[in-house]
Structure formats: structure tokens, C-alpha cells
Design a protein around this ligand. Structure first.
Ligand code: GRF
Length: 232
């Protein structure tokens, strides 16, 4: 891209553009949010998004605090990260519950007990039930590795490869009953290169996830604080 063109794009669009990706809308993560928003993070796997949320807070790029990490899988790597960073965590294993409702209720109860204000599903491999959705209206968000509404559900990266699309990405959205269907908060587009394997593509998508999730948290946190003021 010609330099003047690139400058024009960067100055005039609320997006971030380079050869690798495009983020829209671009959100300033270090927005002053007082008091800090209390986060509950739900994770089932590696916890890399959880780790990046923590790092954004630690680097003072995000005005928030993590009240709790909840995992449903006792063997997930996210737990090791919580221990490393001394973040409180709890295991609520769905296998110990008799029903989805029971698990959903236990998770919701824990979040409420700790006065969590914003719940982030960061690699949470469970479908959110009505209990948590209704308890955290406009305060429950999820990250998904595709440009929604394309490629909902499991293995979104493989779905994109199979359809031979040339651009995919990731999306942070509000959670509603239908999976991967709530209003979109922020998206990043990631080109699929000819030489990409699933793993190289996944890595580039995850790099963008680590950028947009803190941005989405900042955006929703600002909405939460603003609506509180409006209600006074
Ligand atoms: C991410 O790719 C996210 O989009 C999906 O699950 C993955 C979680 O990765 N929902 P990690 O556990 O945060 O590393």
C-alpha cells in the first residue's frame, strides 16, 4: 500500500490496518474506568486469552481486576496460569453435576457471590445456559475464532479452511441463547495465506484474539459504568 494511502486509512478509519490484520472498531483499552471493573473469566483449555487479559491489566493497559477464574476441566492449563499469577480460581467440573442446569447454576452462583460485573468466556467449551445469560445481561461476552456470523460452532478455523475463504478472523460478541449469535462487539480480520497450515493460521488468529479481547472488555466496561451513572 502506498504510504499516503496507508496514512489516510490509519487516520480516517476507526480501525487498525497492516499486512496481517484489520481490527474494527479500534478501542483504546486504557480508558479510565473507576472503580475498576470486576471480571470473572471462564476457561476450559490453554488459557492464553486469560493470560493476556491478566497481562493487559498488569501493564496498566486495561482498568480491570480479575475476581475469579472458573474452569470446568480440572486438567486445563489455565489453572497453571492462575497459580503462576496468583489469581484466585475455582474448578466447577461439569462431570460432577447431574445436569447442565446444575452446572450453570453453580457457576452463576459463584460469580454473583464475588460480585463479578463482567463475565468473559475465554475458551469456555460449554454452552451458556439461561441462568448465566439472564443473570449477566449485556455483561457476558465470548471470543470465537471466526468472523461471525460465518463459521459458528466447533472447529471454526477448520471450517474456514474447508470453505477456502481467504479471510477469516475472530470475534468478541455478547452471549445469547443461540450459540455464537449475540451482538458483535469487535472483530479482527486475518488473511488466510496459501502456505498456511491450520496451526500457523490458528497462531495468527490467536495473536489477534489477545489484542481484541482486552479492547472488548474496555468497551463493555465503559458501557457498564455509563449505564450505572444513567440509572442514578
Ligand atoms: C480461542 O481460540 C477462542 O476463540 C476459542 O477457544 C480458544 C481458547 O484459547 N473460543 P485459549 O484457551 O485462550 O488459549
Amino acid at each position: 500500500m502506498k504510504q499516503d494511502n496507508k496514512e489516510y486509512m490509519e487516520n480516517n478509519l476507526s480501525c487498525y490496518l497492516n499486512e496481517q490484520s484489520l481490527i474494527s472498531p479500534l478501542v483504546e483499552t486504557s480508558l479510565p474506568i473507576a472503580p475498576k471493573i470486576r471480571l470473572g473469566i471462564l476457561a476450559s483449555g490453554n488459557g492464553s486469552n486469560f493470560e493476556y487479559i491478566f497481562k493487559s491489566i498488569q501493564n496498566k493497559q486495561l482498568n480491570a481486576e480479575i475476581s475469579i477464574l472458573i474452569v470446568n476441566n480440572p486438567n486445563c492449563l489455565a489453572i497453571k496460569k492462575a497459580i503462576k499469577y496468583k489469581i484466585p480460581y475455582v474448578i466447577i467440573n461439569h462431570r460432577d453435576c447431574n445436569s447442565r442446569l446444575e452446572h450453570d447454576t453453580l457457576v452463576t452462583k459463584k460469580l454473583k457471590e464475588l460480585s463479578v460485573e463482567l463475565v468473559v468466556m475465554a475458551g469456555w467449551m460449554r454452552i451458556a445456559g439461561e441462568e448465566i445469560i439472564n443473570s449477566f445481561k449485556n455483561r457476558l461476552i465470548n471470543i470465537h475464532p471466526s468472523l461471525l456470523p460465518s463459521f459458528k460452532g466447533v472447529d471454526a478455523i477448520q471450517q474456514a479452511i474447508d470453505k477456502r475463504v481467504t479471510i477469516t478472523g475472530c470475534t468478541v460478541h455478547y452471549v445469547q441463547k443461540e450459540v455464537d449469535s449475540g451482538s458483535i462487539i469487535i472483530q479482527a480480520a486475518v488473511p488466510i495465506k496459501e502456505e498456511d497450515s491450520k496451526e500457523t493460521l490458528k497462531k495468527r488468529i490467536q495473536n489477534m484474539e489477545h489484542l481484541i479481547l482486552p479492547m472488548a472488555i474496555a468497551k463493555v466496561a465503559k458501557n457498564i459504568r455509563t449505564s450505572l451513572k444513567d440509572n442514578k
